[in-house]
Design a protein around this ligand. Structure first.
Ligand SMILES: Nc1nc2c(c(=O)[nH]1)N=C([C@H](O)[C@@H](O)CO)CN2
Length: 118
């Protein structure tokens, strides 16, 4: 599939981290998403119900991090990918989770995964 729907730099606040002190605070993550989606039906009908609604997906991501507060970025990425694919019937996605404050000498650190069919 060559079409996709994109979300870049979505900011979420959550509890995440492997250290004890990190379990006591909220930290910022940034989420980049590229989701495989055939955009032709939405374009032909001009109907948001035929589109992969990036506003609804963004809300889902925010809700996800209210309920899921793992230690590792890898765990968060894997669970979020599965949740998005099953909730929105997304056949494939590329997901990057950035943790901007984690390594002071780096602008940001993160993980990127690709799942499903492209
Ligand atoms: N590959 C990873 N490395 C590290 C992670 C992680 O989630 N994935 N997490 C930490 C700590 O929580 C760190 O962010 C605290 O600064 C260390 N390494």
């Amino acid at each position: 599939m060559s079409d996709s729907v994109l979300i870049e730099g979505l900011v979420v606040e959550t509890v995440i981290g492997v250290y004890e002190w990190e379990r006591e605070i909220h930290q910022e993550l940034r989420v980049d998403l590229e989701m495989a989606w055939d955009n032709r039906l939405a374009a032909a009908s001009d109907d948001v119900h035929k589109a992969l609604d990036y506003a609804a997906v963004s809300e889902h991501v925010q809700d996800f991090f209210r309920g899921c507060q793992p230690a590792l970025l890898e765990t968060a990425a894997e669970k979020l990918a599965a949740s998005l694919m099953s909730t929105f019937a997304v056949p494939g996605l590329r997901l990057t989770l950035w943790k901007p404050g984690a390594v002071p000498a780096a602008r940001q650190v993160g993980v990127k995964i690709q799942r499903g069919v492209w």
